[in-house]
Design a protein. Structure first.
Ligand code: SAM
Length: 168
């Protein structure tokens, strides 16, 4: 499984408690955080890698991808300042490309968990290959959310967070 944006490794350590025999890859873009991960004492089925497409792909494909609190930009500030458009800060297209990239790492039949994001996975075209699983949602996300045009969604909507990939 892939923990995309694993920060200083806590997410990976938590995943190990739930999945005691899984190969877990933690990918992190921040070099300092990655170094902290690499100093953790972990078993030999956990690896921490730099978040670049080549290295992530080399360790895949994955049965499960966790992408938690990664697909967002300074959510507290954006919310506090009442920003109405994310176009200049984090356009929808950037989110869409990241989701398409994650989709390319995931096996058919695999699960993707997107939690705490400023956009909705269901707004990306490739989501038609997926089905929301269970009633898991992002209703606990307290920050502002945005639509496909990067415009603020004034009235909060419920967004699923766990999806199963039905086709490649
Ligand atoms: C708020 S932390 C969330 C950490 C962890 N996923 C959690 O939920 O506790 C977001 C992390 O994602 C990392 N990040 C942002 N963009 C990334 C990318 N493209 N690839 C990998 N990591 C990324 C940041 O450096 C940061 O460590």
């Amino acid at each position: 499984m892939l923990s995309y944006g694993c920060s200083t490794g806590e997410e990976v350590l938590t995943l190990r408690k739930y999945f005691n025999d899984a190969n877990i890859i933690g990918a992190e873009i921040n070099k300092n955080s990655l170094q902290i991960c690499r100093n953790l004492k972990v078993d030999n089925k956990i690896r921490f890698i730099d978040s670049n497409e080549k290295d992530i792909r080399k360790c895949g494909k994955y049965d499960l991808i966790f992408c938690m609190a990664v697909l967002q930009r300074t959510p507290d500030t954006i919310t506090r300042q009442g920003v109405k458009s994310l176009k200049k800060i984090y356009p929808f297209e950037k989110f869409e490309n990241q989701v398409i990239e994650l989709d390319s790492y995931l096996k058919k039949g695999g699960l993707i968990v997107i939690h705490f994001s400023q956009y909705s996975f269901m707004d990306v075209n490739i989501s038609s290959k997926y089905k929301a699983l269970g009633n898991y949602n992002q209703d606990d996300y307290a920050s502002a959310i945005f639509d496909r045009n990067s415009n603020l969604i004034e009235k909060p909507i419920s967004r699923n967070s766990i999806f199963i990939k039905l086709e490649d």
